[in-house]
Design a protein around this ligand. Structure first.
Ligand SMILES: Cc1cc2nc3c(=O)[nH]c(=O)nc-3n(C[C@H](O)[C@H](O)[C@H](O)COP(=O)(O)OP(=O)(O)OC[C@H]3O[C@@H](n4cnc5c(N)ncnc54)[C@H](O)[C@@H]3O)c2cc1C
Ligand code: SF4
Length: 431
């Protein structure tokens, strides 16, 4: 039986683990984070501290909710990751759509994998009965503006959902899907999961992988493997590759999110599943959303209470210009092209809010990005094998790092679909 070490338990890692364990591979999953626990304290308790500006900067969210990793990649931009069992899926909004920008251009058609995911996951739009009245009004305004909004497909079991609005702090009712559901099946198939196991390097000899090393205190533990599947996300995978002196590109994209905030008395927008509808434009989406990071940590948003705050997010497919260093530092700027596109999209968000009776001052939130990809981008020549020939034998990448272009769309399904296709190739090649 072939020994596989999978690195990361998010969308990509869990999908690969399930596919390979099903075929009898001996799979060990190494996950840097701890088992996931949703945030259950009352957010409103922190409102007075927020108003006084005593919460400090955005990195302080890691003190109250350590699974959410926040790092500044430039003066303007913050990168958000889930470092925990389930990765970013554990802190996602549960939006499930096909994102495939840049794939046809390189000859990659993931339709069979998307179909398989859609068949095995319960995906339904947020019922309109759960929308706040203002969300409904903004939907109608977006329709008036010919922005073609539609209810967002969600991997949420709505009979369990309490409309707490805090999907990104983890779902306390288990209503929202995360990759833990896939991991459970992989474990039933015989896979083994080690949490708190941060992989440092991929180990190679004569261009052949023979394992990975994990730092434990002052020493390094070696996990031997015939096959290593890196699925530590766009940043984690790049960091491991850089640390191991293996090929990786400085083309990180993050799908920049910028939320425009306005005011509507007692609108209570947080009391619904986030992003109840979305309007998909060429490079971005617009969606109703209260940005928790901006609400608590962004000075221009400080003086408005949660019950009166209204937001519409722009999620933009950004320029692929970021890099990750071997020590994990992320360097990524908001480019002029991104700024120009964001300005246009933010104007549309403002139009929607104004027509819906939302008042100003309209303030931009914190620039942040949590869809991390592009650091080992697939090229046309890689599609038949689903791996770059620059990688040592036995090393595979199975996460969003493979997606060559930013999406401006939810990306869990894409990460999973890529990992499923890669797993098929691992099996086909008998690696
Ligand atoms: C706040 C937030 C909300 C989101 N909401 C949505 C949404 O609603 N819908 C959607 O489609 N997408 C959403 N996304 C994006 C989506 O979750 C990610 O694009 C997707 O999960 C990426 O999958 P991945 O496998 O590439 O990485 P991840 O899911 O991030 O998994 C990477 C895993 O690797 C682990 N890891 C990192 N470094 C190491 C290491 N050195 N050793 C071992 N393990 C390591 C991490 O802890 C993590 O578990 C959201 C993202 C964020 C941040
Ligand atoms: S809004 Fe619903 S799905 Fe989201 S965290 Fe709350 S209960 Fe879970």
């Amino acid at each position: 039986m072939r020994k596989v070490v999978g690195v990361g338990s998010g969308a990509g890692g869990a999908s690969a683990a399930i596919e390979l364990s099903k075929k009898g591979y001996e799979v060990t999953i190494l996950e840097a984070g701890k088992p996931f626990k949703p945030f259950t304290r009352l957010m409103t308790l922190t409102e007075p501290l927020k108003r006084l500006g005593l919460l400090g900067n955005e990195t302080n969210i890691m003190r109250i909710f350590p699974h959410m990793n926040v790092a500044r990649s430039s003066n303007k931009l913050v990168v958000v990751r889930g470092i925990t069992q389930g990765g970013c899926t554990a802190i996602s909004c549960g939006n499930m759509v096909r994102a495939e920008h840049g794939l046809k251009e390189i000859g990659l058609d993931l339709t069979p994998e998307f179909e398989a995911i859609e068949n095995q996951t319960e995906i339904t739009p947020v019922p309109k009965s759960r929308w706040r009245p203002l969300t409904q009004k903004m939907f109608e305004s977006a329709e008036e503006l010919n922005l073609n909004p539609s209810p967002t497909p969600k991997a949420v079991e709505f009979h369990k959902c309490t409309s707490c609005g805090l999907c990104e702090m983890g779902c306390h009712t288990g209503a929202r899907w995360d990759s833990g559901k896939l991991l459970d099946v992989a474990l039933e198939n015989g896979a083994i999961l080690h949490t708190s196991s941060r992989v440092q390097k991929v180990l190679t000899r004569n261009n052949q992988v023979y394992g990975v090393s994990v730092k434990t205190g002052k020493s390094n533990k070696v996990y031997p493997a015939d096959v290593v599947v890196l699925a530590a996300g766009g940043v984690g995978t790049a960091q491991i590759l850089k640390e191991s002196d293996i090929y990786c590109e400085d083309k990180l994209w993050v799908d920049i999110v910028l939320t425009l905030g306005g005011i509507s008395k007692n609108s209570n927008q947080l009391r619904e599943p986030p992003m109840a509808w979305y309007s998909s434009q060429k490079d971005y989406i617009l969606s109703p959303y209260i940005d928790i990071l901006s609400h608590y940590f962004h000075k221009p948003w400080r003086d408005v209470s949660l019950k009166n705050r209204v937001g519409i997010m722009v999620k933009l497919a950004d320029v692929e210009n970021g890099s990750v260093l071997a020590d994990g530092t992320i360097e990524k700027e908001v480019s002029n092209t991104d700024e120009t596109k964001l300005d246009k999209a933010i104007l549309k968000a403002k139009n929607i809010m104004e027509i819906s009776g939302v008042s100003g001052p309209f303030v931009k939130g914190m620039y942040n990005g949590g869809h991390l990809g592009g650091t080992v981008p697939l090229k046309r020549k890689d599609i038949s094998s689903m791996r770059s020939s620059e990688l040592p034998d036995g090393l595979w990448i199975a996460d969003l790092s493979l997606a060559p272009q930013s999406q401006g769309l939810p990306t869990m399904m894409l990460a999973s679909a890529l990992a499923m296709r890669v797993s098929k190739k691992i099996i086909e090649y008998g690696s």
